[in-house]
Design a protein around this ligand. Structure first.
Ligand SMILES: Nc1ncnc2c1ncn2[C@@H]1O[C@H](COP(=O)(O)OP(=O)(O)OP(=O)(O)O)[C@@H](O)[C@H]1O
Ligand SMILES: CCCCCCCCCCCCC/C=C/[C@@H](O)[C@H](CO)NC(=O)CCCCC
Ligand SMILES: [Ca+2]
Length: 498
């Protein structure tokens, strides 16, 4: 017999069970004149961070005793104050394989109803529907906002919530130094997109039932958010990838192939790999000195991460000491000029089913820093070796043409815009969008690439980025450490415990 227990925090619901005639006539219960029963629904942890709803039914002859158990367990559930009671749900019916609506109706809504969670559901009719709607709704009515879709849908909801908070507080998002107001309403992600990187990197799996259960038990995971500006104009927020060069070009090409669904990334990925374009520019950054972690660490960010907790404390202390002095601006900037195949800034590992350890395996969800990965011009073969390491256990930073830095802010200007700024009259002579005329086979591109910001393109190549520590909160708990005990959660031992 296996021994284990279910913490009350992982009980989903308790219900009185109506016994039918057939049930009454089985096993030892047939000897009971009038059996009573209740069912406990609980989280069962399976392999690879997958959660499932399991149940166990308890029988007894004494009706009063049965009711006492139900009452006691319901009281315990009532004490779980972090659990949501009322949620606002946005479903993108066109994300990923266009399964968002059926995933929600078949897999998620029944679990929310079992857990007595009320929902207001909006099926989006166009891009930015969810974002615009969040500026109008009575947000205080809800304990959380859920998005059913991919990273783009999450981004919409996050922009709606952060934008709403700033608007209500009179903060101008265009000011890159504005002290932004934190967003405390949690966001839940039911994965139904093409990459689902944010869900995978914060839960450990892209699975709608697992994510629904993390919402029900009221998990909370803070996330770093980067604000992206062009001079004094706000462009976007980012939580996963800000990518110039390779990932920007893939995105730009794949947008024209949306009809292909998730396959569009494989098609455009292959095409972009073959094109092997590199881009010249200057990147300046401020190293993240407050954090105890480094991008080359062997350990990854996991539930209850020590590095994230420590970074949060360090930043809070720094803010107290600096007050309004803006010492941040005076801190050292490191400047790197070069020819890059890819510039990737990631606030989290960016693990996803395509790359289970992600673009930066040791990046942290909530440490107030981003990992800046610079992939310099190299041969196609070397770049392929680099990409293959995203899919296996080898170190993707162990190449002479790859550098990685942990940063709290950075800026990028392409050579093209630098040249244009220095010689305005030359602009007319430049042939945008075409390859270098002097070296047709060299893959250098006189046009700019595009920034990929969490799966959306940015209009400007010159950007200024600042990481905001733990700026939004998710219904998640980070990736749990693989525990041998996990498999031991079983029905028989719950019976023993109760
Ligand atoms: N009803 C709609 N019609 C068209 N576009 C929509 C609609 N609702 C949302 N969108 C937009 O679709 C974009 C992509 O959606 P989503 O992120 O859900 O799927 P995806 O792009 O397939 O997945 P991923 O972002 O994980 O790669 C979002 O940026 C969102 O703004
Ligand atoms: C020969 C084998 C080579 C295999 C290389 C695989 C490398 C895969 C790395 C995937 C990294 C994903 C980073 C996440 C980006 C998301 O914010 C964004 C929005 O969903 N997705 C893409 O831009 C879509 C990006 C899709 C890239 C393919
Ligand atoms: Ca981070």
């Amino acid at each position: 017999k296996e021994n284990c227990f279910v913490p009350t925090s992982e009980i989903i619901a308790v219900e009185e069970t109506e016994l039918n005639k057939k049930q009454r006539n089985i096993g030892k219960w047939q000897k009971m004149a009038k059996p009573h029963a209740f069912t406990v629904y609980y989280v069962k942890k399976a392999r690879n961070h997958r959660w499932r709803c399991s149940d166990v039914t308890f029988w007894c002859v004494d009706e009063h005793l049965c009711n006492q158990w139900i009452q006691a367990l319901k009281e315990l559930l009532e004490m779980q104050k972090s659990r949501p009671k009322q949620l606002l749900v946005y479903i993108n019916p066109y994300g990923g394989k266009r399964q968002g609506k059926s995933i929600y109706e078949q897999k998620v809504a029944p679990l929310f109803s079992l857990a007595s969670i009320s929902t207001d559901v909006v099926i989006t009719e166009h891009a930015n529907h969810a974002k615009d709607n969040l500026f109008e709704v009575n947000i205080n009515k809800y304990d959380g906002v859920v998005c059913v879709g991919g990273d783009g849908m999450f981004s919409e909801v996050m922009h709606g919530l952060i934008g709403r908070m700033q608007k209500d507080s009179g903060i101008d998002q265009n000011n890159p130094k504005a002290p932004l107001v934190q967003c405390n309403i949690r966001i839940g992600i039911i994965p139904a997109g093409s990459t689902d990187c944010i869900c995978y990197s914060t839960v450990g799996i892209s699975d709608p039932v697992t994510s629904a259960l993390h919402i029900i038990v009221g998990d909370c995971q803070p996330l770093d958010v980067s604000s992206v500006h062009h001079n004094n104009t706000f462009l976007k927020y980012s939580v996963s990838l800000l990518g110039y060069g390779f990932y920007g070009d893939i995105l730009k090409d794949s947008e024209k192939k949306r009809w292909m669904g998730p396959m569009r990334y494989d098609y455009s990925g292959f095409k972009t790999f073959l094109s092997h374009h590199y881009y010249e520019g200057t990147i300046s950054f401020q190293p993240a000195k407050h954090t105890v972690g480094s991008p080359r660490d062997k350990d990854s960010c996991r539930t209850g991460c020590y590095v994230c907790k420590k970074s949060e404390q360090q930043l809070a202390e720094q803010h107290k000491e600096c007050g309004l002095k803006h010492e941040e601006d005076e801190e050292e900037w490191k400047v790197i000029k070069g020819k890059f195949l890819a510039i990737n800034a990631v606030n989290m590992s960016c693990a996803c089913p395509r790359s289970p350890k992600g673009l930066s395996p040791a990046a942290h969800l909530a440490d107030g820093s981003a990992d800046l990965i610079l992939v310099r011009k190299c041969s196609r073969f070397d770049f392929l070796r680099y990409l293959v390491r995203h899919t296996n256990q080898d170190d993707q930073f162990d190449f002479s043409f790859v550098d990685v830095y942990r940063v709290k802010s950075f800026q990028f200007t392409s050579k093209l815009s630098e040249d244009n700024e220095s010689n305005v009259t030359d602009i007319g002579k430049k042939r945008f969008g075409q390859f270098c005329r002097d070296h047709p086979a060299c893959c250098c591109n006189i046009a700019n690439s595009t920034w990929n910001c969490d799966g959306e393109t940015l209009d400007s190549s010159a950007i200024q980025v600042r990481v905001h520590c733990q700026f939004v909160k998710l219904f998640a708990r980070g990736i749990e450490e693989n525990s041998k005990d996990e498999a031991a959660y079983s029905q028989s031992s719950i019976e023993q415990l109760l």
